[in-house]
Design a binder for this molecule. Sequence first.
Ligand code: F6R
Length: 361
Amino acid sequence: GKSGYDHYMHKEIHEQPESLRRTTQGRVNTLTGAVDFEEFDEDLFAGVTQVHLVAMGTSYHAAMYAASLLAARGVPAYAFMAGEYSLMRPPVTDSTLVVAVSQSGETADTLDAIRRARSAGARTLAVTNVVASSLTRECDDSLLIRAGPEIGVAATKTFSSQVTALMLLCERVVADVTGTPSAESRDLLESISRLPGDIQAVLDTSTALEVAQAYAGSEAYFFIGRGVAHSVALEGALKFKEISYEHAEGFAASELKHGPLALVTEHTPVFVIFTGRDDEMTLNNAKEVQARGAPVIAITSHTDGDIVDLADHVLTVPETHPDLAGVAANVQLQLVAYHAANQLGRSIDKPRNLAKCVTVE
Ligand code: F6R
């Protein structure tokens, strides 16, 4: 049941401290900076020269998040929408690791992409929430995200568990491929161990309801961020549009000037995600939209200073490693989407036209 919550989505948002604990349980050694996965063969990563992540929807955003982390650590990594990947001749060799990210493990586009990559000689790994799903049968190996069952059509707790599991995977791949843990490994794993508490703090203190109320009836809702926050901007917009039915779009902060800025007015609130990395540049983007009259909602760990001074609203997240900051920021955006949709009386757990599991291409 919904354990006192009006909607499964709201319940599942609140389950994240617990689901994230399960995701990392027994997999992290904060003392050595090592990641221990019990599930698969160590050879899976030996000599990997390139990583492709294939996925759809929210899982694609988690894949983008991970690709940006791997690439920053010197492992060539690319995220592809599985439905597009399937259209190309798989650009793989036997040293390509293709990681399929799928909550259900049954998404047709993702299964098709993995079949093609496999027959072209790639190694394949499923990152999924569902034991014995089709995807786990089609891939060489599987990494379970252990988020627990998700009933709401909108993916929430599974996104944070996907990102966290993929982060552990990234650290492991980097250690195996380069022979040494990344320079960030120890700090990052330590921050990951604090993540459930950080998310709890967001859930306990969020002012997302006020923000949703303040901007109800806007023409459109925009979300911007750079680096890992680009994927969170896309995810924030996807969640918002799919359950509120309002127009929402996410952009890379760097993309604004190249077109989207033409849409920005006083009727289009802009959610600006700060991670603690390159914040100066992102603050400039916030100034640009504010100069067009748009309200700025900053998602940041800062409680004073330039970002807070500029913003019309602040959604606060605990300070953490910049690579991880997107996860707590995303929880704030889940809450904003939820409250916005709830005010509009939407069918939150079963949005119109959507299915939890898309088994046709
Ligand atoms: C959005 C959402 C969808 C799924 C997508 C992929 O909230 O739930 O975008 O993320 O259909 O599904 P999986 O992860 O099961 O492959």
